[in-house]
Design a protein around this ligand. Structure first.
Ligand code: BDR
Ligand code: CA
Length: 311
C-alpha cells in the first residue's frame, strides 16, 4: 500500500478525490488529511473534509486544519464555482467528530519524518501548507517519495487569463515547492480539462447508497459559468486525477519539464511557465501530465467508489 497524505481544500473535485482514495484501501494508506484555505476558507474546508470522510464511513481518518491565508497575498476563494459551503450539490451531513488538535504543518513534518519508506503527498489545493512544511523542515525532502500536484496550466488559466486557481491563490508557495528539488508530478489544467464528467461517463456511476447519490448529484449540478470556465460538457474533476494517477498510472502520459511560477504582481501573477518543448534548456523539475484516458478513468472511479456504499 502506498502511504499518502492528502492536502486539500474541498471543493467538489477534492471531495471526489478523497472518496476515491478512501475507496482504494487495498492500494492506498491514508496517513491523514490536511486542509488549506482555497475554494472556501479553511474552517469550511476542514468541516468539508470531515463531512466527506464521515460520508464514506471513515470518520476515523485524522483531519488537520492548516493555513487560513496564503503566504503573502490576500486569500481569493471560489464560492462562485463551488457554492457558499464549498460542496454545493452534495447535501451531506455535518461532521460528528472534530478535527485533530494539531495544525497541518507540524503534522506534515512529523508524519513525513516518521514514514519509513517515504511519503507520497497529494496536493489538491493552494500549496501553502506544503511550502511552509518544506521551509520549516527542509530535511523532509528526503522522505517525500513523490508530490503529486493539481495546479497550473500550459495554456490559459481558469482564475485569470494567465493563472490556474491553486497557483493564483498562493504563487509564492508554489514557487517554493517547485524550487525545492522534489520528485513532482504535475497535473495542469491541460490534462485535467480532459477529465470532464460528461453524461456518458456518468452512466457508470450508481446512486445505490449515500456516497453514489452525493457524487451523482454533485456531478449533475448546473455548472456556474458553463463552458466559459472550461469543461464544456460537464464538470472537470481536476483533483480526482491525482488519486487516479496513483492507482492507475498507465492511464496517463506526460513528460519531464522545467516549471517556473510567476510571483510578481500583475496580470500574470500565479502563471506556471511549463517548458513543454524544452526550449530553455533548464533541467526538469517536474513530470508534467499531458494526456489521460478519461473514459477509462471515470469507469474505474465509478467501480471503485461503489464499494463505499457496499461496506
Ligand atoms: C483547482 O481549483 C479548485 O477550485 C479545484 O478544486 C482544483 O483543485 C482547479 O483549478
Ligand atoms: Ca482543490
Amino acid at each position: 500500500r502506498i502511504p499518502i497524505i492528502i492536502d486539500t481544500d474541498p471543493g467538489q473535485d477534492d471531495a471526489l478525490a478523497i472518496l476515491l482514495a478512501l475507496s482504494a484501501g487495498l492500494a492506498l494508506d491514508i496517513a491523514g488529511i490536511t486542509t488549506v484555505a482555497g475554494n472556501v476558507g479553511v474552517a469550511q474546508t476542514t468541516v468539508n473534509a470531515l463531512r466527506v470522510c464521515q460520508l464514506a464511513g471513515r470518520p476515523d481518518v485524522p483531519v488537520h486544519a492548516g493555513c487560513a491565508q496564503p503566504i503573502l497575498r490576500p486569500l481569493h476563494t471560489a464560492e462562485f464555482m463551488c457554492g457558499a459551503d464549498g460542496l454545493a450539490g452534495m447535501d451531506i451531513p455535518a461532521p460528528r467528530r472534530p478535527a485533530q488538535p494539531s495544525h497541518a504543518v507540524p503534522f506534515l513534518i512529523d508524519c513525513i519524518r516518521g514514514s519509513g519508506s517515504g511519503m507520497t503527498i497529494c496536493a489538491l489545493g493552494p500549496l501553502t501548507n506544503i511550502a511552509l512544511a518544506l521551509l520549516q523542515a527542509p530535511d523532509i525532502k528526503d522522505r517525500i517519495e513523490r508530490l503529486v500536484i493539481m495546479g497550473g496550466a500550459r495554456d490559459l488559466g481558469n482564475m485569470t487569463a494567465a493563472a490556474e486557481f491553486n497557483f493564483f491563490v498562493d504563487p509564492h508557495a508554489a514557487a517554493v515547492v517547485f524550487n525545492a528539488g522534489l520528485p513532482i508530478t504535475l497535473f495542469p489544467l491541460n490534462a485535467t480539462y480532459q477529465a470532464v464528467a460528461t453524461p456518458a461517463r456518468l452512466a457508470s456511476f450508481a446512486a445505490k447508497g449515500p456516497v453514489g447519490t452525493a457524487i451523482l448529484s454533485m456531478l449533475r449540478r448546473e455548472r456556474p459559468g458553463g463552458a466559459a470556465l472550461g469543461g464544456d460538457g460537464g464538470h472537470p474533476m481536476h483533483d480526482a486525477c491525482v488519486i487516479a494517477y496513483l492507482l492507475w498510472p498507465t492511464l496517463f502520459e506526460g513528460r519531464d519539464c522545467h516549471v517556473t511560477i510567476e510571483t510578481a504582481e500583475g496580470p500574470t501573477v500565479g502563471r506556471s511557465t511549463i517548458d513543454w518543448w524544452g526550449r530553455g534548456g533548464q533541467p526538469a523539475n517536474a513530470h508534467v501530465v499531458g494526456s489521460l484516458d478519461a473514459d477509462a478513468m471515470f469507469a474505474r472511479i465509478a467501480a471503485s467508489v461503489r464499494v463505499l456504499d457496499e461496506m
